[in-house]
Write a protein that binds this ligand. Structure first.
Ligand SMILES: [Zn+2]
Length: 84
């Protein structure tokens, strides 16, 4: 029997880089498992603490916490990896 399955992967909402570009794995069958792996790699994944960034995913190169512990995105990286 041949049937279709769904896999998940991630892309940075800021610079648009694909997670799989730097990883031996390109997709996961379990979304929560994927989020855990992204967090282990210092990706920022839909943190409910900051409504502005809810449901967003940012790669490890795009963000840091500022002096007040708020998420700060590096403006110069915006759409750096966007393909047109
Ligand atoms: Zn990024």
């Amino acid at each position: 029997m041949i049937y279709e399955v769904t896999y998940y992967t991630a892309k940075c909402d800021h610079c648009k880089v694909e997670y799989a570009e730097d990883s031996p794995y390109s997709a996961w069958s379990d979304k929560d498992n994927m989020k855990d792996i992204l967090r282990d790699c210092d990706w920022y994944v839909d943190n409910d603490d900051e409504p502005k960034h809810k449901d967003k995913t940012y790669c490890s190169d795009c963000w840091s916490y500022d002096d007040n512990d708020y998420l700060e995105l590096y403006a110069e990286r915006l759409n750096k990896h966007q393909e047109d």
